[in-house]
Design a protein around this ligand. Structure first.
Ligand code: ATP
Ligand code: MG
Length: 313
């Protein structure tokens, strides 16, 4: 039987489909389990007790059944989003039950039967998705991080803003599915919006100057990065700017690896910014970030690199 690999992701995920094709190209079996399509079909089967030792069988995107114990590595790309439910009139409580139980069954059956390599484990992915945990880990590893405040207090934000000469940004702490919430400079009038500040804790950070934004893809023991050169505070809305490969120095890879190891992550997509003095500042890690756009713009074959990494597990 060919070697078996599994990608857990949402339906029609381009990253998942591209990596599946690259893994199959190598002559291996690569299945996708759609974590938002568990509902409405017989997707998860797990049995334990009364002679059963605990075995899980999952339905793939192509309708086949895969025995989890035969899988060598799982790329846990996307999980935890809502199920794709057809019934528009479902009560909120029913919807919540379906979402929670589909997720619980999928993740629980994998966690209890899979013996191979996780990229990355559900626990580490969840823990590392909280930017507070990331910042603390990067700080512990000795990386430079922006001076950071997480608060709901208008008075404390004002004091922080004054201390940094009005050069302060804000961005979400955990974020939510849906449209991107861009990083913004805190202006004086924002400080008057006390109800907004109290609404939920947010990240307030010292503004890191510069025009060099680095997007680093760490896949196990290798890192590949792109340099995005723009004066924009947030590079995401406009990619019509110079973007090139950024060879990753060994020391930078080593530092990043230390942080990922501390967080328990196998891979990570890291945002860094280089100051005009040439110092690299850690901004964040996406345990499962986008990298296809960088392949298109820099010609670095990231899908191939990823398939190589995934199958050499
Ligand atoms: N402290 C900062 N100083 C200057 N620019 C920053 C700072 N923090 C973030 N940025 C810029 O904002 C953009 C988004 O940054 P970052 O990835 O940290 O935000 P995010 O909201 O956490 O993103 P994600 O949605 O990927 O989780 C990048 O262009 C980054 O360079
Ligand atoms: Mg980011």
């Amino acid at each position: 039987m060919p070697r078996q690999f599994l990608i857990v992701t949402q339906a029609d995920d381009l990253h998942g489909l591209a990596v599946q094709a690259a893994v199959r190209q190598r002559g291996f079996d690569c299945h996708i389990v759609e974590s938002d399509q568990v509902t409405g079909r017989e997707s998860v089967h797990y049995a334990i007790g009364n002679g059963e030792t605990g075995a899980a069988v999952l339905r793939t995107s192509e309708g086949e059944l895969v025995d989890v114990s035969s899988v060598e590595a799982i790329w846990l790309r996307r999980f935890g989003m809502d199920q794709q439910l057809d019934q528009a009139d479902l009560a909120e409580s029913h919807r919540a039950l379906i979402n929670n139980d589909c997720l619980g069954a999928l993740v629980g059956s994998l966690e209890n039967t899979f013996r191979g390599k996780w990229i990355s484990s559900p626990r580490a992915t969840q823990y590392a998705s909280n930017k507070l945990n990331q910042l603390a880990a990067a700080h512990r590893c000795g990386l430079r991080i922006p001076d950071t405040l997480i608060t709901q207090s208008p008075a404390v934000v004002r004091e922080f803003w004054t201390r940094h000469g009005g050069r302060v940004i804000f961005k979400p702490l955990v974020g939510a599915p849906g449209p991107i919430v861009l990083t913004r400079l805190v202006r004086e009038e924002h400080l008057q919006s006390e109800d907004s500040i109290r609404c939920s804790p947010a990240i307030y950070q010292e503004f890191i100057p510069g025009t060099k934004h680095i997007r680093l893809n760490c896949f196990g023991n290798q890192s590949y990065a792109g340099l995005i050169e723009t004066a924009d505070l947030d590079w995401r809305p406009n990619l019509e700017v110079p973007i090139s490969r950024w060879p990753v120095p060994d020391t930078v890879h080593g530092d990043i690896r230390k942080v990922l190891d501390l967080l328990g992550l196998e891979m990570g997509i890291i945002d860094l910014k280089e100051t005009p003095d040439g110092e690299l500042v850690w901004l964040e890690v996406n345990p499962q970030g986008q990298f296809l756009f960088l392949e298109a713009l820099t010609k670095e074959p990231l899908i191939e690199h990823f398939a190589e990494y995934f199958t050499s597990a």
